[in-house]
Write a protein that binds this ligand. Structure first.
Ligand code: PMP
Length: 410
């Protein structure tokens, strides 16, 4: 097997203390990276360092610790700005994660820009986080949700997409990479099409930022949402990127401290961007940790990560396709390192439980993407998803584990 990548997963594994642990007395084989990734030592250390050495609330304090904490928090924002190549740090709003980012857009931009009868286009393969916020708005405002279809391989039908625009279309909301199928969607092309109709586009980047070099200016998307914990950072932190002109037109999301200039009972004025959208004390340590995760990924190199994960995906697809009775759901040529599959006569949940006994962590269930699973005629799949620290040996162990389970069940 020729491996054309500059990434050494064995060396990188040393950075992830958890990978040395055992599960059920077996070495941990962690293949649930689409749910959340493990954390490298520099991220863990950044959290410790903050709490140990300079814990303080940010922005308002004049004392040294407050200054250090503010500097680190705002520094993290700039690191993330560079990570996705945004034009300004003002376009980077810290939120809890992708889910909160999309709800923010629905409840601020959506509530002020949409009316009954307006149409939002989402795709068949969306995570529930990019479906339910629009359904809440449908209940609140009477908007319509139209669904971009997928083909048998699990790719979006771009001809159908183009034909779905009407004078009522106000927003496209689409995932960059599907967590359930692995498909990488052509979001740049989809953005260009949306813009031809003067329609803005929101991209759910939760599954893209750990695997691909994302450049929001090159994509030209209007909103881009992602979570820190899927890109080797802490939970409870993520980013909503939005073009400054759009943020300027949006009313605040939550009200409280940090997001104001002046408050009186008669009238309140709001802070400048980006703080207008960050009410209350934010997740300071988590933001700092996420900045360090972005540094880590940049240091390893997104091209190297993408190349390595592609090797893993190709190898695993070959090995797993050869297993009798195994069907891979989602076979787009342009895929990230996700293999969703079902097995004849073995329920996904049983497979997950039995593999766990062998130390192998995969995910089973609907992956918060029920519509697309139903479209493929299944209620649940088993899903193995790869990260930069996974190896061919781990895939061999997964394949051997699946064979073992099959034997046990037959
Ligand atoms: N979108 C996609 C494509 C996802 O995979 C996920 C997480 N599974 C989310 C949104 C939601 O992310 P979070 O739970 O971190 O808000």
């Amino acid at each position: 097997m020729s491996i054309d990548t500059n990434l050494d997963p064995w060396a990188l594994r040393e950075d992830f203390p958890i990978l040395a642990r055992q599960v059920h007395e077996q070495p941990l084989i962690y293949l649930d990276n689409a749910a959340t990734t493990q954390k490298p030592q520099p991220v863990i250390e950044a959290l410790n360092h903050y709490y140990r050495d300079y814990n303080a609330n940010i922005h308002r304090g004049l004392h040294q610790l407050a200054e250090l904490a503010t500097e680190a928090y705002e520094g993290a924002r700039v690191k993330l700005q560079h990570y996705i190549h945004a034009a300004s740090h003002k376009e980077m709003i810290f939120v809890r994660g992708t889910t909160e980012a999309i709800n923010l857009v629905a409840q601020t931009w959506g509530r002020t820009h949409l009316r009954a009868g307006d149409e939002v286009l989402v795709s068949m393969m969306e995570h529930h986080a990019n479906i339910v916020p629009w359904q809440l708005l449908r209940d609140q405002l009477g908007i319509q949700i139209k669904v971009i279809p997928v083909n048998a391989l699990g790719e979006l039908d771009l001809d159908a997409y183009q034909q779905m625009f009407t004078p009522q279309t106000r927003l496209v909301a689409v995932t960059h990479v599907s967590n359930a199928l692995g498909t990488i969607n052509p979001v740049r092309e989809m953005t260009a099409i949306a813009h031809d109709f003067n329609v803005p586009i929101l991209v759910d980047g939760a599954q893209a930022v750990p695997h691909l070099q994302v450049d929001v200016q090159a994509l030209d998307c209007d909103f881009y949402a992602f979570s820190g914990h899927k890109m080797y950072g802490p939970t409870g932190i993520g980013i909503l990127y939005a073009k400054q002109a759009l943020l300027e037109q949006m009313p605040p999301w939550q009200g409280g401290g940090e997001m104001i200039k002046q408050v009186s009972f008669a009238q309140t004025t709001y802070a400048d961007l980006p703080h207008r959208f960050e009410a209350g004390t934010p997740a300071i340590a988590q933001a700092i940790g996420l900045g360090v995760a972005a540094d880590y990924l940049t240091h390893v190199g997104l091209e190297n990560i993408q190349a390595w994960e592609h090797e893993l995906l190709t190898y695993a697809t070959e090995q797993m396709s050869a297993i009798e009775g195994l069907r891979i759901i989602g076979q787009a040529p342009n895929k990230a390192g996700v293999i969703s599959f079902v097995m004849q006569d073995v329920h996904a949940q049983d497979l997950g439980l039995l593999l766990d006994q062998l130390g192998i962590a995969i995910r089973t269930g609907h992956h918060c993407a029920m519509p697309v699973l139903h479209h493929f005629g299944v209620n649940a799949t088993a899903r193995a998803s790869f990260a930069l620290y996974n190896t061919f040996e781990e895939i061999d162990a997964l394949v051997a584990g699946i064979h073992k389970v099959r034997q046990m069940m037959s």
